[in-house]
Ligand binder design. Sequence first.
Ligand SMILES: Cc1ncc(COP(=O)(O)O)c(C=O)c1O
Length: 393
Amino acid sequence: MNSHSVLARFAATPATLFHNPRAEGGGGWPDDLEGLLGSEDCAAARLDVAAWPGYAPTPLRDLSGLAQAAGLAALSYKDEGGRFGLGSFKALGGPLAVRRLLARNPAAGDGATVACATDGNHGRAVAWAAQAFGCASAIYIHEGVSQGREDAIAGYGARVVRVPGIYDDSLRRVQADAGENGWILVSDTAGDDFDQTQLDILQGYTTLADEALTQLGQAPTHVFVQGGVGGLAAAVCGHLWQVLGARRPHTAVVEPEKAACLYVSAVNGKPTLFPGDLDTVMACLAAGEVNLPAWRILDRAADTFLTIPDEAAVAGMRLLAEGIGGDAPVVAGESGVAALAGLLAACADGGARKSLGLADDSRVLVIGSEGATDPALYRRIVGRSPDEVGGTG
Ligand SMILES: Cc1ncc(COP(=O)(O)O)c(C=O)c1O
C-alpha cells in the first residue's frame, strides 16, 4: 500500500488547524497546574484503578504499515476498546469518582443514587460502577444518543432518562433532578463551579497515558488525542508534561468540525460556547461547552487544535478495519478513531503536515479512545461487524 492511496482518502477531508500561541513548550510542568492535576494524586488514582478486578493495561497497537504509508517513522495506537469490558477509556474516570464520592458521603448508605449526563460512554461507566459498588444510578441521555448505547447503559441496571435537545440540555436536566432528589452527581464536566469530582476523573484518565509511555519505552515526538469537553485530552497532555517536562511531545487535540468547543475556545483565548445542534457522527465528542479545569490545562498544554469533518472519521474506521501494509486490523468507534483521523488528514495536507513538524522521523502516539461501543452503527459504517473485523467472528 503506497502512501498516495492511503493519504488520498483524506485529501477531501481536510483538517483545520489552530496553533495555540499560549502553549508553553520548553519548560517543566507548572506548579500552579498541580492544583488541577496533582502528580501525587494522579499516582494514587492509578494505583487505585490498577487494583480493581479485571484491570489490565490496554494494548498499544503498532501500526508500522500505516506509519509507512503516512510518511512517519512510527505510529502507535493506544486501543481503549477493551478497557474493563466497557468499550472505552471512560471506565477509568467515572468509576473512580463514584468510589471516592461514596467514600466521602458515607451517610448516603445503601440508598445512594449516582447520576450523570452522557453521550454514552461516561454514563455506561458510571452505571457499571454503581452496580459494582452497590448503589443505584440515573443516567441522562440526549436525543442524539443511539439505541445501542442506551441499551448498553440500561444493561447495568441504570434508570435511563432521555431528554430532548443536545448534551448540554441533558446536563442541565440531570443537575436539576439530582438537586431535587438528593442524588450524587458524577459529572465529567463543569464550569467555574467545578469540584473534586471532575479532578478525580482527570486523575483516573492519566492511567492510559501512563501505560502508553511505559509501553512505548521512548517518548513520542507527537501525540494526537480527541476532545469532547476536554477531560481526556487534558489528562493525556498534562500527564506527558508532568513526566517528560520540557521534553514533552507536540500535543494535538482533534475535534469534529461540527462540535469544536475546545478549538473555538483556543482561538478566542477563553472558554467559548460552540453553537448549533452538534450533529456529528463522532457522537461522544459532541460537546458545546468545555470542562473548565480541563480547559485551563489545555490552554497551556495543547500545542495545536484541529477540527475534522465526519468523513475523516469514517475513512479512519474503515482503514483500521482493513489493516494497512500488514498491520493487524483494529476495531475503532467513530469517536475513538478521531485522533488518528486528525493525524492522517494533517499528513495528507503538505502545509498542515509541515506546520505540525510531522516528518519521516516522527514517532506518533494516537489515542484510540473507544472500540465499537455501538456495534450496529459500526457495521453500517464499516460493512462488517466488530467481531468479523476483530477476527472473532
Ligand atoms: C470514546 C470517547 N472518546 C473521547 C471522548 C472525549 O472525552 P472528553 O469529553 O473528556 O473530552 C469521549 C467522551 O465521552 C468518549 O466517549
